[in-house]
Design a protein around this ligand. Structure first.
Ligand code: PEP
Ligand code: MN
Length: 361
């Protein structure tokens, strides 16, 4: 697949002067609930109502969705509010039922994107329709798997496509339910600038207090839209209660979020930016020189260790460096997360250098 303007035709048809907003409950629970939320979202920046009908739950025994019955409720909500609708499909049977019930946009969930077999079955089931399909990132941080799913749909002639960034699961818990790993969607955006990119802050956050910030970050990174879980009574939602916000909160967020433009014609802005960028380039070159110097020292250490037949990895020394650097970093406003990532990468490169020295004849 190459980048093509046609990828965003469906989005341009909305003719919006703000990002596309998709909102609605994690799960459709009752007809009253779906219609009530839809009515609260109507007359706002929201264009599309979301609700999960078939819910993929990590562990059994939780609410698994109302099933096809919910499709009728979404149809009623559409008739009563004019909002378009979207739901998750995870197999060809879901696709068939969603098509029969006029769901406007289909999304593919994170647990489905990981399976090329199922994606292919869904793509085949959609062949010949002109549905818009949004593909969530796979649960694991793998850009090719994500792109692979998009390509399977594209090859089945589904040209109205978009991607949803919902974060990536990790074994170690962080402040996020799913780590954003912003670099992955940024790489994807670089390769396919016309493939609409939508943020799902709800599944990244897992909690409602950081949703606004995530949305603002996405707008700062030129995302095309937001999909936000919204419930009239979030605390009593049947699934994902902690991360849902009320329609009123979302509407307020849309007022408070700063929508950035990609460029500015202002000469003053261009001058300031060019000047700062020149400084960044100089700093980056210093960084490269310093890293090269560090590796040359590392090579020397490798030689000294080799002479005495001492192992490359010195865990105690390494833990001391890490601890010190986290403290140093803190004093100059660098986060622990960043320092750990940076120094682990630096350490790995040092090990590679020393290994090379050790193995040299
Ligand atoms: C959802 O959107 O409710 C959902 C289950 O999402 P994900 O596939 O991102 O977990
Ligand atoms: Mn959910």
């Amino acid at each position: 697949m190459e980048n093509k303007k046609e990828l965003r035709n469906w989005l341009d048809e909305f003719n919006l002067d703000h990002p596309l907003v998709i909102a609605g409950p994690c799960s459709a629970e009752t007809e009253e609930q779906v219609v009530k939320i839809a009515k609260q979202l109507k007359d706002s920046d929201v264009s599309v109502l979301r609700a999960g009908i078939w819910k993929p739950r990590t562990r059994p025994g939780n609410f698994e969705g109302v099933g096809a019955l919910g499709l009728k409720w979404m149809k009623t909500a559409k008739e009563e509010t004019g909002l378009l609708t979207t739901t998750e499909v995870a197999n060809p049977n879901h696709v068939e039922l969603a098509l029969e019930n006029d769901v406007d946009i289909l999304w593919i969930g994170a647990r489905t994107t990981v399976s090329p077999f199922i994606i292919q079955e869904i793509a085949d089931a959609l062949k010949g329709t002109n549905k818009t399909v949004l593909v969530k990132n796979p649960v694991n941080p793998d850009l090719s798997l994500w792109l692979g799913a998009v390509e399977r749909l594209y090859t089945a002639d589904i040209k109205n496509l978009g991607v949803i960034h919902r974060g990536f699961s990790a074994y170690e818990k962080t402040k996020y339910r799913n780590n954003p790993e912003w670099q992955i969607p940024i790489d994807l955006q670089n390769r396919f600038p016309d493939l609409p990119l939508i943020l799902d802050p709800s599944h990244i956050a897992g909690r409602r207090d950081i949703i606004f910030d995530l949305c603002q970050t996405a707008l700062d990174l030129n995302y095309d839209g937001l999909m936000v879980e919204t419930h009239h009574d979030p605390d009593n939602a049947w699934s994902d209660a902690a991360q849902q916000i009320t329609p009123a909160t979302l509407i307020q967020f849309m007022k408070d979020l700063k929508i950035r433009k990609e460029i500015s014609e202002s000469v003053d802005f261009q001058n300031k930016l060019n000047n700062l960028r020149a400084q960044i380039d100089v700093a980056d070159n210093h960084l490269i020189d310093l890293l090269a110097k560090r590796m040359r020292i590392s090579d020397e250490i490798g030689k000294v260790k080799k002479d005495q037949n001492v192992s490359v990895l010195q865990t105690k020394r390494w833990n001391e460096i890490l601890g010190n650097m986290v403290l140093e970093g803190e004093q100059v406003g660098l986060s622990e997360e960043f320092i750990l990532r940076l120094f682990k990468a630096v350490h790995q490169e040092s090990i590679n250098h020393q290994e090379k020295v050790m193995k040299a004849k």
